[in-house]
Design a protein around this ligand. Structure first.
Ligand code: SF4
Ligand code: SF4
Length: 170
């Protein structure tokens, strides 16, 4: 895939990685067969290949809109497309670059930002509750705040024989 970045992207630290990844895609579409969002939505722009096109166009200076951002948002980040790709396209790294750029070019509203922050926090807390962290799992800082066992967390007060980030035994 031939890539000619727009001026604002040429100076970016991610430009070299983006160019390498974009150049390795041969548009074969094999990746679409394993993508869950393409499977459900049946839309090319909700497939890895379609998102690669969107990211390439955006980095080359094409206009971007909330619709572009929506297509990138819908990617689950599962990376099922990576092992399926015969050209070894590092899609996971590319979608990170694409998301970073689309956030800059199509900023979210304050309401959308708060809604996403709340959701992120709820998911972290849910992930913590779903895991028996009191019995040996690591405790991430984000989920610690929403954790029902927070008062017993020894993350900031590790005692001898205990790893930081674990709850005290009940
Ligand atoms: S990412 Fe890989 S599998 Fe998908 S269209 Fe490009 S080369 Fe083909
Ligand atoms: S990482 Fe995104 S594009 Fe790749 S298979 Fe998963 S949902 Fe589809």
């Amino acid at each position: 895939m031939r890539v000619e970045f727009d001026q604002w992207m040429t100076g970016s630290a991610a430009a070299a990685d983006a160019e390498r990844i974009l150049s390795s895609c041969v548009h074969c579409g094999i990746c679409t067969s394993v993508c869950p969002t393409y499977d459900v939505l049946d839309h090319e722009l909700d497939s890895p290949r379609g998102r690669i096109y969107l990211i390439r166009d955006m980095l080359q200076g094409a206009p971007v809109s909330e619709r572009t951002r929506d297509h990138l948002d819908r990617c689950l980040g599962c990376r099922a497309c990576e092992p399926a790709c015969p050209s070894g396209v590092e899609y996971g790294q590319l979608i990170d670059i694409g998301r970073q750029q689309v956030e800059l070019r199509v900023p979210r509203t304050a309401f959308d930002r708060s809604r996403r922050a709340l959701l992120r926090r709820a998911l972290k807390a849910a992930a913590c509750w779903g895991r028996p962290c009191g019995w040996g799992g690591p405790c991430a800082d984000g989920c610690r705040r929403g954790c029902a066992r927070r008062s017993r967390c020894v993350r900031r007060r590790p005692r001898p024989g205990r790893r930081p980030g674990m709850h005290a035994a009940s």
